[in-house]
Design a binder for this molecule. Structure first.
Ligand SMILES: Cc1ncc(COP(=O)(O)O)c(C=O)c1O
Length: 378
């Protein structure tokens, strides 16, 4: 916030203007580019600013698809539990003549490098696999998948929106060709993100217009948000180890406590997991009711992802790891950060069992299960 306020007060010019005020904004913009590049092992020229993770995902995938199509390659590999920014883009590409293969993610929610290797074909244009899943927190073997793709000469994109600032990223060492990140996942502002594209990979523009971002993304850059993103990412990377240690201890305490609730199941990989992610299914409980009652007690939680919270469909991520429809409706996702405390965790551990009990007490479905008229699904 300080970095953004300072930028709005001191360097509020248009970075494409030639007058001094504009040039100072340009310097702030380029300094932010350098600082962000340094956090992920990239060079500043490989960084394009976007409006967030969705735009970066769209542009990365469309650029790789266009490059592939020029060489007659129209096969794209991804996973069944990507964010909709990826899945919906792939769906559109299918309508444009691409063949999309979604790898199954198993019950823990991950894929192996071997699965990727076995799926790669002569006509594969792109492998796009997320770094960590936004709903269930599983962390995927990205360096291994990157190595396979590099060896086979296939472009590799990773949606690292959940990983940036939380897990170490080194695009060169991890053989990543294209990477998306979004500032609001590491305490930066909303509506700003980055597309990293390895030098030499031409990006297709999604937005036509001026020559900003070296012609790769038209539109005057949101300098204060970009400067805020750089400050937030640097801070997150500087404190990554200590935050991860603190947050994963809180996470594990929460997981152990919530596991005591009868007919509750943890979703996602218990070991390879984002430090701050907790996701459970509770049998006989509607996720939405649980969230509203938690909100009453000052606890901000989600069911599925924030992006789909307006829809009544069960989470595609939970279905992809094999949870039945009914259980996928009763999920709870809690995201922790370095500012959470043990007292927060204790408050959640008091509230959730009480609310689950209360909701089950009102549920005809639960009564049928307890009386044996219906089966438990978890
Ligand atoms: C894994 C993942 N990808 C992409 C996005 C989209 O990012 P944005 O909301 O910045 O467009 C999100 C947002 O939650 C996400 O979690």
């Amino acid at each position: 916030m300080n970095a953004m306020l300072n930028c709005m007060e001191e360097t509020w010019g248009n970075p494409s203007s030639l007058y001094g005020l504009g040039q100072r904004a340009r310097e702030a913009l380029e300094e932010a580019r350098e600082r962000i590049a340094a956090c992920i092992g990239a060079s500043p020229k490989e960084i394009t600013f976007t409006s967030g993770g969705s735009e970066a995902d769209n542009q990365a995938i469309r650029s790789a698809a266009a490059l592939g199509a020029r060489k007659g390659k129209r096969h794209i590999i991804s996973t069944a539990f990507e964010h909709h920014a990826v899945l919906h883009t792939l769906k559109k590409l299918e309508g444009e003549g691409f063949e999309v293969e979604l790898l199954p993610v198993g019950t823990l929610g991950t894929v192996t490098a071997r699965q990727a290797a076995e799926a790669i074909r002569e006509d594969t244009a792109l492998v796009t696999i997320m770094y960590a899943n936004n709903e269930i927190g599983s962390v995927l073997p990205i360096p291994e998948i990157g190595a396979v793709c590099r060896e086979r000469g296939v472009l590799f994109h990773t949606d690292a929106v959940q990983a940036a600032g939380h897990l170490p990223i080194d695009v060169k060492a991890q053989n990543i060709d294209l990477l998306s990140l979004s500032a609001h996942k590491f305490h930066g502002p909303k509506g700003v993100g980055v597309l990293y594209a390895r030098q030499g990979i031409p990006l297709s523009s999604l937005i036509e217009g001026g020559a900003q971002e070296r012609g790769k993304r038209a539109g005057t850059e949101n300098v204060p948000a970009i400067v805020g993103m750089a400050a937030a990412l640097e801070e997150a990377c500087a404190h990554m180890d200590e935050n991860a240690a603190k947050v994963s201890a809180l996470r594990d305490r929460l997981i152990a406590g919530l596991s005591q609730i009868p007919y509750a199941t943890l979703n996602g990989d218990p070991v390879n997991r984002l430090p701050g992610n907790v996701n459970f299914c509770f049998e006989g409980v509607e996720g939405e009711s649980l969230l509203l009652l938690l909100d009453d007690r000052g606890i901000c939680a989600s069911s599925g992802s924030a992006c789909t919270s307006g829809s009544l469909d069960p989470s595609h991520v939970l279905l992809a790891i094999g949870r039945p429809h009914e259980a996928a409706h009763g999920s709870l996702r809690l995201s922790l950060c370095g500012e959470n405390t043990e007292a927060d965790v204790e408050a959640i551990l008091k509230a959730v069992p009480e609310i689950v009990d209360y909701l089950r007490g009102m549920s005809p479905l639960w009564k049928d299960k307890v009386s044996g008229k219906r089966e438990f699904v978890l």
